[in-house]
Design a protein. Structure first.
Length: 91
């Protein structure tokens, strides 16, 4: 992607925030554990890192659901395929 450092950092913070929210609301994690999980899933990548921001190709919702419910969660839990209204309201 073609973005400034400030744009990347802002987007990264937003994805971390949304991921942590899902981990609290759907994964049963406490605030500290959810924040740690978000930092692990969304580490800062330097501007010269190859494929910087590739994790952004899917929403934080999807990555969190994969961690909580495993591969193909959408087959066993089709109600989780679409983001909740509360998740969409985060921004």
């Amino acid at each position: 992607m073609d973005w400034t450092e400030a744009e990347y950092v802002e987007y990264l913070a937003g994805e971390r925030r949304r991921y942590a929210w899902v981990m609290r609301e759907y994964g049963g994690m406490g605030p500290e554990a959810a924040e740690a999980a978000a930092l692990e899933e969304y580490p800062y990548e330097s501007a010269d890192a190859p494929f910087r921001g590739l994790v952004f190709h899917d929403e934080a919702w999807h990555w969190a659901m994969l961690r909580i419910h495993g591969h193909a969660y959408w087959v066993e839990r089709p109600e989780l395929t679409d983001q909740s209204a509360a998740y969409q309201a985060l921004d």
